[in-house]
Write a protein that binds this ligand. Structure first.
Ligand code: SF4
Length: 77
């Protein structure tokens, strides 16, 4: 069986502007804690909703990185 690609998901909660975009796109991945967005999981299978959230986050607060190397797929560094 071929290895399944895996991503890490990270939110810079300090930078979050609470637009709500990420939560509306992927409510199973992003949620509100203390008036800021957080990632409910730090790992995900490749998911276009996460790319959309990272691309359109007005605070550029979402980072998606590819495992195992950790190179950015999109978003924060
Ligand atoms: S899209 Fe960005 S600014 Fe909006 S709630 Fe999510 S992390 Fe915060």
């Amino acid at each position: 069986m071929a290895d399944q690609e895996e991503w890490t998901v990270r939110v810079d909660s300090e930078a979050c502007l609470m637009s709500g975009l990420c939560m509306s796109l992927a409510p199973d991945v992003f949620a509100v804690r203390d008036y800021r967005s957080v990632a409910l999981t730090d790992r995900s299978a490749p998911d276009d909703r996460l790319l959309e959230a990272a691309e359109f986050c007005p605070a550029e607060a979402i980072g998606i990185h590819r495992l195992p190397g950790g190179e950015p797929v999109l978003g924060i560094g």
